[in-house]
Ligand binder design. Structure first.
Ligand SMILES: *Cc1c(COP(=O)(O)O)cnc(C)c1O
Length: 458
């Protein structure tokens, strides 16, 4: 093992070097992948020297999500202490279902959950768990809402059509989860949004009342804190009033930007969160931990237990339910995703997490100001968002993003809002500085001037 740790350390050096020298790996066309790197699995193993060479190749040609040129997704960068926590979790290799097997790791997860409940403004006696990702956190919320309104669903299945409500800008997992949980995609009502992509509470109320009158059982509203493309925040406060009046469960999907609960400056974006029934946050997005680290909390501790517990004598042999976390989780065996956020949180404090979140908004503002002060650009996103959406000199967003990637220049994606396609630069890597943001634009501009326009003109 010691030998493999040394090898790991050596591979990290290769990675660090390649992140600076070649921040965007040249993509290998899928048709050539198996010819360029030996990924084959064979009856006989390879000698160590070959294995090391292959691992070097893999490290060098894998997309560098921690580099300064990665703006492609809702995660990126690498914060040392969070990565340290995750590496330690791998070495310890516990399963989070029982105190007997996970020991203090259970307390670590409970501390993370308790403190997120507090920051969300949730009442004492709230609880939560760590799910395999934001999509699964949303599914757990949906299941709790379904079981809360119709406890017999757990035994008899659905007997009356149930409807749920979400905006058309929300994450696709909401509809997917409706299909997975027997609710049905046809029973997902898409609520209209305003010009900034925020859900209309008025339209929500109309839809709920219409369904109630027509024999459906409205049971779940999903509000989003940071929509996936444009980063809009639904008005949780207004939506919570509609939910309260109509006795419908309110979930706030904060997978992308739920991290604002850590920021005194940006917390107002999620005003009314304390009136929600459940809330999810992906620490691997705004809080900068490695994938995956998704936390779901709820004010209905008993419901979490009702929906997810199962008796299992072979497993639960010591300690009480409060310390046997398998009683509230989706999985049975479960990797320790709490240690990475705990290690980071412990080392920088709640104030340090606030700085991490604030930094992303600062970088987004720098990017927006650059765009607004340069008439070759058009901007499509709004303030209070770390998704910076724009087009440059009328160049097709999709073509430009693809060309930047294929030429090993930048990793950035494109998106669509209100029928307008644009480049979406996400400033979620809190380790970046102003000069890195400006370098992004100068790289893009030089590329268009030297490569794209020539191609277009020829
Ligand atoms: C990323 C995201 C999700 C899904 O989270 P995963 O961890 O990728 O499953 C859900 N909702 C929103 C708003 C997201 O941005």
């Amino acid at each position: 093992m010691q030998h493999d740790i040394a090898l790991f350390s050596q591979l990290c050096d290769v990675l660090f070097k390649s992140e600076t020298e070649q921040p965007v790996a040249y993509p290998i066309p899928t048709s050539k992948l198996y010819k360029e790197i030996d990924l084959s699995l064979n009856p006989k193993g390879v000698i160590e020297e070959n294995l090391i060479n292959i691992l070097h190749d893999i490290v060098k040609s894998t997309p560098k999500t921690a580099s300064k040129s990665f703006f492609n997704q809702l995660f990126g960068g690498r914060i040392g202490k969070a990565t340290l926590g995750d590496l330690l979790a791998v070495m310890l290799n516990n399963s989070m279902y029982t105190y007997k097997v996970a020991g203090p790791q259970v307390g670590i997860e409970k501390q993370v959950i308790e403190n997120i409940c507090k920051l969300a403004g949730y009442a004492e006696n709230s609880d939560g768990t760590v799910a395999p990702g934001g999509s699964m956190s949303n599914m757990m919320a949906l299941i709790m809402a379904r079981d809360a309104i119709s406890p017999s669903v757990r035994t008899a299945g659905l007997t009356k059509p149930m409807t749920l409500y979400t905006s058309k800008e929300s994450h696709y997992s909401i509809s997917k989860n409706a299909a997975l949980t027997g609710i049905g995609r046809d029973n997902v009502r898409l609520v209209r949004t305003n010009s900034k992509g925020e859900m209309s509470a008025k339209h929500l109320e109309e839809l709920i009342q219409n369904d109630s009158e027509n024999g459906y059982q409205p049971f779940f509203v999903n509000a989003t804190a940071g929509t996936t493309v444009i980063g809009a925040f639904d008005d949780t406060e207004a939506i919570s009033e509609v939910c309260n009046k109509n006795k419908v469960w309110l979930h706030v999907d904060g997978a992308y930007c739920g991290g604002v609960i850590f920021s005194k400056t940006h917390k107002h974006l999620i005003r009314g969160l304390e009136y929600s029934d459940s809330f999810s946050i992906n620490a691997h997005k705004m809080l900068g931990t490695p994938l995956s680290c998704s936390i779901i909390v709820t004010q209905h501790k008993a419901q979490l237990h009702h929906s997810f517990s199962n008796e299992a004598d072979y497993l639960y042999q010591t300690d009480g339910d409060d310390f046997n976390l398998g009683k509230t989780s989706l999985q049975c065996g479960r990797r320790n995703d709490a240690l990475k956020i705990w290690t980071l949180w412990k080392s920088v404090g709640t104030n340090g997490l606030e700085e991490i979140v604030d930094k992303q908004f600062e970088m987004a503002e720098i990017a927006r100001n650059y765009i607004k002060n340069n008439e070759d650009y058009n901007i499509y996103s709004f303030d209070d968002s770390i998704s910076v959406c724009f087009n440059y000199k009328g160049v097709d967003a999709k073509e430009l993003c693809t060309a930047l990637y294929e030429n090993s220049e930048l990793m950035v994606g494109f998106g669509k809002f209100n029928n307008q396609e644009f480049i979406r630069m996400v400033t979620i890597n809190s380790l970046l500085e102003k000069e890195d943001i400006l370098a992004f634009f100068s790289t893009l501009e030089a590329f268009v001037a030297n490569k794209m326009l020539k191609v277009f003109n020829s």
